[in-house]
Write a protein that binds this ligand. Structure first.
Ligand code: SF4
Length: 491
C-alpha cells in the first residue's frame, strides 16, 4: 500500500508567523505532529509519504502514487482540506480523514470515504482491523480518552525538518480547568494524561538524532496540568538529558497562569531549558473571567503573576479576548493598559468565538445567538455569534487595541521597556546560529531601510548594541515579530 498523508494549508495567521519566517529562510513554524504520529501507527510495511502543504505544493504525481490518502486538519485549515478532498476524489482515491476539524463536524464532509475521529490511539486500530478484514466502516469515533503510554514516536524521517522553525513534542493531553470558550476539555478531557519520563526522553533523543537543534515546542493543552509528576519526574529527567547532550534544545509551551504560584516549578522549567510560555490571560475584567469560568485567573493580580513568571527568566506570550458578555465599555483601554504594564510583547488579542464543542457554543445556541462556525483563525476579524456589545463598537474597540499595541511607536517602546527590565537572559539569547546571520542582515535591509518604522528600529538596535549587547538577538527577533504582527493585523 502507498499511503499519502496530507496536512492542508493554513491561512496567514498570528501564530503562523509567515511574515517573520522569511527572515530565517523557513517555510513554517510547526511540523504536522499529529500526522507524523498517525504515520507511525500504520503498518510498517506500507510505504508512506507526507505532504505538508504549508511547506511544499501538493503535486498530482503524489496523489497518483497513493492507494489511500490520509488527511488531518484543524478548523483553520477547512478551506484547504475541502479542496484536497475534492482533488483526491476526482482522481478516484480513497480518502481517510481525522483530526480536530473532522472530529468537531463530521457531517460537513460527506465525500470523505472514512472518518477516523477523536483520538487515533483508539479509532485508527479499529479502522485498520476492519480494512484488513475487507469491511471498513464509514465512521469511527470514541468518547474514551486513551492513556499515552503506547503512543508511538512521530516518524520524523518523513519530514524535511530544515523547512521548520521549531519541532514539536507532546507530553500530555487534557486540562484540569474548564473555560467555557475552550473545546479542549470536550476533546481531551479534564483528567490530564501524560507520558512518562522515559517516553519523553525517547522522543527528545529521536529528535536529537534527526540532527535537530534549537526550538522545541511542547504542544500540550496545559503543560502544567499535572504539576507533581512534572516536578518529581519529568523535568529532573529533562534537565539531566539536556546537560548530557549539551543543551541542544530551547523549549516553549502553553501553561495556565497558576504556574506563577509555584516557584520550584518555574525554577525547574528554566533549568530544563524553557525560554518562553504562552499564558491565556484573556481579560483584566474580573466579571468576564468569572463569566467564562476562567477561575484560575480570578482573585489574583494578573500583572504581578506575569511579572513573576518573567522574573524567573521566562518570556510570556499572552492570549487576550474581547467580546465577553460581561465586558464593560472600558474593556478596550483596560486591555491596552494591561498589555503595556505587563510587558507582554507577543500579545494575541482576538475576538471571542465559540468552537463547536465548547460550553459557550451550547449556551449561545440555546440563546439563538450563533451565526456561523468559528473559523479557528484569531486574526480574521470574524465573530461567530451576536455579542452583547454593539458589533460596530466591538470592532472599533478591537481595532483600537491592535493599533495601540502594534503600531510602530508603542510596539518598539514596549520591546525596549521589556528588554530594559529583563534581568535574566535566557540561554537562547547567547546562542548564535547560522540562520540568525541571515535574519540579522535581512532585518537591516527590511526593517532598517525599507520599513516606515526604521527610526524606531535603529533606536532599538543601537540601544541594545551599546547598552545591553547580550539582548541584541532578542531585540532583533522582536523587531521581526513586530513586522509580522503589523502585517497580519494590517496596522
Ligand atoms: S486553561 Fe486553557 S486549555 Fe485549559 S480549559 Fe482553559 S483555555 Fe482551555
Amino acid at each position: 500500500m502507498n499511503i499519502l498523508l496530507i496536512y492542508p494549508a493554513c491561512p496567514d495567521t498570528f501564530w503562523g508567523f509567515r511574515h517573520a519566517l522569511d527572515f530565517i529562510s523557513k517555510k513554517a513554524v510547526h511540523p504536522p505532529l499529529g500526522i507524523l504520529t498517525v504515520a507511525a501507527m500504520l503498518p510498517g510495511e506500507w510505504e508512506k509519504k507526507v505532504v505538508d502543504m504549508n511547506v511544499s505544493r501538493l503535486k498530482d504525481k503524489d496523489v497518483d502514487w497513493a492507494d489511500m490518502v490520509f488527511i488531518s486538519a484543524m478548523a483553520v485549515q477547512k478551506k484547504s482540506a475541502e479542496k484536497v478532498i475534492a482533488r483526491c476524489k476526482s482522481k478516484g482515491k480513497m480518502t481517510v480523514a481525522g483530526g480536530p476539524l473532522f472530529s468537531a463536524s463530521p457531517d460537513d464532509f460527506p465525500t470523505v470515504d472514512h472518518l477516523v475521529l477523536n483520538e487515533a490511539e483508539i479509532t485508527l486500530p479499529e479502522f485498520l482491523r476492519d480494512l484488513a478484514d475487507g469491511k471498513p466502516q464509514r465512521m469511527y469515533s470514541s468518547d474514551a480518552f486513551p492513556e499515552l503510554e503506547h503512543t508511538p514516536v512521530p516518524m520524523w524521517e518523513l519530514l524535511d525538518i530544515k523547512k521548520y522553525a521549531s519541532m514539536d513534542i507532546q507530553y500530555s493531553r487534557g486540562c484540569p480547568f474548564d473555560c467555557d470558550f475552550c473545546d479542549i476539555t470536550t476533546l481531551f478531557g479534564r483528567n490530564v494524561r501524560t507520558k512518562n519520563k522515559w517516553h519523553v526522553l525517547t522522543e527528545l533523543e529521536q529528535l536529537y538524532f534527526t540532527g535537530w537543534r534549537g526550538n522545541v515546542f511542547f504542544v500540550d493543552d496545559n503543560f502544567i496540568g499535572n504539576k507533581a509528576k512534572l516536578k518529581q519526574d519529568v523535568l529532573p529527567a529533562m534537565i539531566e538529558w539536556q546537560k548530557k547532550r549539551k543543551n541542544p534544545f530551547v523549549f516553549s509551551t502553553e501553561v495556565s497562569v497558576n504556574v506563577a504560584d509555584d516557584e520550584s516549578l518555574l525554577r525547574l522549567m528554566v533549568e530544563a531549558g524553557f525560554a518562553s510560555v504562552f499564558v491565556g490571560i484573556e481579560t483584566p475584567e474580573e466579571e468576564s473571567l468569572v463569566g467564562c469560568n476562567k477561575k484560575q485567573n480570578t482573585r489574583r493580580n494578573l500583572v504581578e503573576s506575569v511579572k513573576k513568571i518573567q522574573a524567573f527568566g521566562l518570556e510570556v506570550a499572552g492570549g487576550f479576548i474581547v467580546g465577553f458578555d460581561n465586558d464593560s465599555p472600558s474593556i478596550f483601554s483596560k486591555q491596552i493598559e494591561f498589555i503595556k504594564k505587563s510587558g507582554i510583547i507577543t500579545a494575541m488579542v482576538g475576538l471571542l468565538n465559540a468552537p463547536r464543542n465548547s460550553k459557550l457554543y451550547k449556551r449561545l445556541k440555546s440563546e439563538n445567538r450563533l451565526i456561523q462556525d468559528c473559523t479557528g483563525n484569531n486574526t480574521d476579524f470574524s465573530i461567530n455569534f451576536i455579542p452583547k456589545m454593539d458589533v460596530s463598537r466591538l470592532m472599533e474597540g478591537y481595532q483600537t487595541i491592535l493599533k495601540e499595541i502594534y503600531s510602530y511607536k508603542p510596539y518598539y517602546e514596549r520591546v525596549m521597556e521589556f528588554l530594559k527590565a529583563k534581568q535574566t537572559e535566557a540561554k537562547r539569547s547567547l546562542r548564535f546560529r547560522p540562520t540568525y546571520i541571515k535574519a540579522f542582515f535581512q532585518s537591516m535591509v527590511v526593517l532598517g531601510i525599507k520599513d516606515r518604522g526604521r527610526l524606531y528600529f535603529w533606536k532599538l538596535f543601537f540601544w541594545s548594541l551599546f547598552k545591553r549587547p547580550r539582548v541584541l538577538p532578542l531585540a532583533i527577533t522582536y523587531a521581526i515579530y513586530g513586522f509580522h504582527f503589523r502585517k497580519v493585523f494590517n496596522v
